[in-house]
Ligand binder design. Structure first.
Ligand code: ADP
Ligand code: ZN
Length: 763
């Protein structure tokens, strides 16, 4: 409160040293790189109309007054004496790149995620828009005389014709268009320029067209009762004209997308736009077609667009010509002029968090934006994040459930296979147990398709000497190399370091070096050996490197050319294939023992989501889950498709351990090529923050600092990493403390420091 008053007081013109002077506009400018904080520049009179918040300005910077480009974020009216402020040199943009709301949103991001406002703006406005990709300067012409004065000029008939056209309305013409419209050659124009009756000017013109395909339109489906209730919950918020968040917890195959679509139809009927955010991986043609067959103008934003394509989509959206924007994470910044609704599908997906500065989470940004624009936010998932679930439990969000699949299809039966039984007794060789093998054969015999999930790439997950126990590791990262047999390499999954797979132990020269552990590549070999006549396809980061390969693979599976689809979590998500009658999870525990407080949640989500890929057609479906830990509550709940059971078990753990959703987390990682300085920097910084908090604390709010300690990934790309984690119940105050420390502390040049607010990646 005190602080607020002080700022108010500061702004008030209590002192007026230049009483006789008038107030003049001052632009507040932030920069995308380098300079921190905001800078003030005087706006020269001739630019007063052109300068406004949201445009970029060229300004003199530093002692040498080098020209620099920054974003105007605010316009103040102040009394300034002539030489106190430097002046704006140039306005770069014709139209504001950011609306006042988007400026507020980006300011919130900078504040919440502890980064610079300019950095956020740079990330929000696509590079292609900043460079004005897909457009270029062209020479246009404009009349210098008014229509009324034409009578007084001595003109040829052709010249008169041209000038009549030019003076009809006040605009510049493309010479080619003008020549065509007047029936004159361009020589006539040149002559008019020479006489000074028309002048040339440079105009930015766009090139190319938006590739817009036409889709067969589809009528809305008749909603089930549950779907109607869900849609009405969204419409109620929409019609209230206020913000509200609706969490749709709908089992896999319950028809969430249809609910979004029908809510959006109402949004569109008001002449407003909807933004639908989906994980990058589900931006398949299948998903897009569902929207394109229902709405005429659908813009798409994903990471495979070129700069020019992205700039095009962005401008199209900004022009108001779009009804629905479908996109991945960054589409939360889509410049819709009249936003009506934001939807986040598969809201639990970790890919909504950006893993570089600004480290924002699209879900939290979407919530802020929806609040700023007074529109509903819809979160949908079969396995909501515990953060969102808690939001609904505590009454901040409205919860609607879709508990049944479309057409009352049953959820598939899920059973576990206990891998702890000795192999001999199970009678298994390889990764597929006898029971799972029987299920695969049966499914294939009945004409069904099979999905097998293994959340690990490569052939063997580690390479170890059977005599001395030496494990082959990446020299730059603290991690065992994975054997990729098809390329005969040992590969680091973090930095892509590759060496030929060793034939003998690099340490003791023993020739019996083992390739052990199981990856998707080895699983594929086993499947091909077991079912030699069955077409199978592996989908993981190795086989899906090229653009479009993901779509191609799914298409082959859809057409039935592929009978067995195996892969990493990539195949667990959002796919809707009616003919899949069996899902097998090769090892449900791969994520369970990660040093991450969300390990159980991830495991529950993964098993539930992949189980949801079956039983979507008339033939039903079943799921077999192989695990070393069949009694684990996360796995037990997934077997029962029981989200609430899982949440009821996991939330008390989170509460007692002070993890989200019950406390806020901020994680620091300090890294350097040298180990000791990295450790020292972590210790120094942690201590300073602890002190700063203690100085300001009122003793009630939670503050726990865990670490510093070597990060689970203690070495990455040749850099040693130390981390610490702060848990707090007062994020605002912690941020203030951190900001003040970061402004104050000078870390050595060699140290890099990342601050991750609300971290997802705990490695
Ligand atoms: P979810 O996103 O909840 O997993 P989907 O939206 O993919 O579910 O819907 C599953 C399938 O059911 C889709 O093929 C969809 O076209 C179909 N579907 C959805 N709603 C209806 C409805 N009301 N009537 C008939 N079919 C529907
Ligand atoms: Zn590495």
């Amino acid at each position: 409160m005190k602080e607020k008053q002080r700022t108010l007081f500061d702004d008030a013109p209590v002192e007026a040293p230049w009483e006789d002077q008038e107030e003049s506009p001052v632009a507040v400018v932030v920069f995308g790189q380098g300079a921190r904080g905001a800078f003030h520049y005087r706006v020269p009179e001739e630019m007063a109309d052109a300068v406004c918040p949201g445009k970029r300005l060229e300004v003199p910077f530093g002692r040498g007054n080098r020209p620099r480009i920054g974003y105007c974020v605010d316009l103040l009216w102040q009394r300034v004496s002539g030489d106190r402020l430097k002046s704006v040199r140039r306005v770069l943009d014709e139209r504001a790149l950011l609306s006042p709301t988007m400026l507020k949103l980006t300011a919130w991001i900078a504040d919440h995620y502890l980064c610079e406002w300019g950095q956020v703006l740079e990330a929000v406005v696509p590079a292609g828009v900043r460079r004005q990709a897909g457009s270029r300067w062209r020479i246009f012409v404009r009349a210098t005389v008014a229509a009324a004065n034409l009578e007084n000029l001595k003109l040829t008939a052709k010249q008169r014709k041209v000038l009549e056209i030019l003076t009809r309305e006040d605009r510049a013409w493309d010479p080619r268009d003008l020549a065509a419209a007047s029936g004159c050659k361009e020589g006539v124009l040149k002559n008019l320029v020479l006489r000074g009756w028309i002048r040339k000017e440079s105009v930015r013109v766009r090139e190319g067209k938006l590739g817009r395909e036409v889709f067969a339109r589809q009528a809305p489906l008749a909603l089930t009762d549950e779907q109607r209730t869900a849609r009405d919950a969204v419409l109620e918020v929409l019609r209230s004209g206020k913000h509200g968040t609706v969490l749709i917890q709908g089992v896999t195959g319950s028809g969430k997308t249809e609910v979004y679509i029908q809510a959006i139809q109402e949004v569109v009927s008001y002449g407003r736009q909807a933004v639908v955010l989906v994980p990058e991986i589900s931006l398949t043609p299948q998903t897009l077609d569902r929207f394109r067959s229902r709405f005429e103008h659908v813009a798409v934003l994903h990471s495979h667009l070129t700069d020019v394509e992205r700039a095009r989509q962005w401008e199209w959206i900004a022009s108001g010509g779009v009804q629905v924007v479908v996109g991945a994470r960054s589409a939360v910044f889509a410049p819709t002029p009249h936003l009506g609704l934001i939807v986040l599908d598969e809201e639990h997906e970790t890919s909504f968090k950006q893993d570089e500065t600004p480290r924002y989470h699209a879900r939290d940004v979407a919530l802020q934006r929806a609040m700023l624009e007074n529109v509903p936010l819809v979160l949908g998932s079969a396995t909501p994040s515990l953060e969102s679930w808690h939001g609904a439990q505590s009454g901040r969000y409205r919860l609607v459930k879709l508990s049944r699949r479309i057409e009352d299809r049953p959820l598939p039966a899920v059973r576990t296979i206990d891998l702890r039984e000795p192999r001999g007794k199970r009678g298994d060789k390889g990764a597929i147990t006898r029971r799972l093998d029987a299920a695969v054969r049966q499914a294939l015999a009945q004409g069904g398709q099979v999905i097998l999930l293994l959340n690990r790439r490569g052939f063997a997950t580690h390479i170890q000497c059977a005599r001395c126990g030496y494990v082959v590791r990446c020299p730059d990262c603290d991690i065992a190399l994975t054997h990729h047999r098809s390329e005969a390499t040992a590969m680091c999954h973090y930095c892509d370091y590759r060496v030929p797979a060793p034939t003998r132990c690099p340490e003791c020269r023993f020739e019996g070096i083992h390739f052990s552990g199981l990856g998707t590549e080895r699983l594929e070999a086993e499947i091909r050996a077991r079912y030699p006549d069955v077409a199978c396809l592996r989908m993981d980061a190795d086989t899906m490197r090229s653009r479009g390969s993901h779509e191609k693979a799914l298409e082959a599976f859809r057409r039935g050319e592929v009978r067995i689809l195996l892969g990493t979590q990539m195949i667990a998500k959002g796919l809707d294939f009616p003919n899949v009658t069996l899902v097998g999870v090769i090892n449900a525990d791969t994520a369970l023992h990660f040093p991450d407080f969300r390990a159980a949640e991830r495991t529950f989500q993964l098993v539930t989501q992949v189980a949801g890929r079956t039983g979507r057609g008339d033939q039903g479906g079943e799921v077999w889950v192989q695990t070393f830990d069949p009694e684990n509550p996360a796995i037990l709940a997934a077997v029962r498709h029981d989200y609430e059971q899982f949440a009821a078990w996991e939330l008390p753990n989170r509460r007692s351990m002070h993890y989200p959703p019950f406390a806020q987390l901020i994680r620091f990682v300090l890294h350097s090529v040298r180990q000791a300085p990295a450790r020292l920097a972590a210790e120094t910084l942690a201590e300073r923050i602890r002190q700063e908090w203690a100085n300001a604390a009122n003793g009630e709010a939670l503050f726990r600092l865990l670490g510093p300690a070597p990060a689970p990934l203690a070495k990455l790309r040749g850099r040693f990493r130390y981390h610490f984690l702060i848990q707090t119940s007062d994020g605002e105050r912690l941020r203030r403390a951190i900001r003040s420390v970061l402004n104050d502390v000078r870390l050595p040049e060699e140290i890099a420091c990342t601050v991750d607010v609300d971290p997802i990646d705990m490695l």
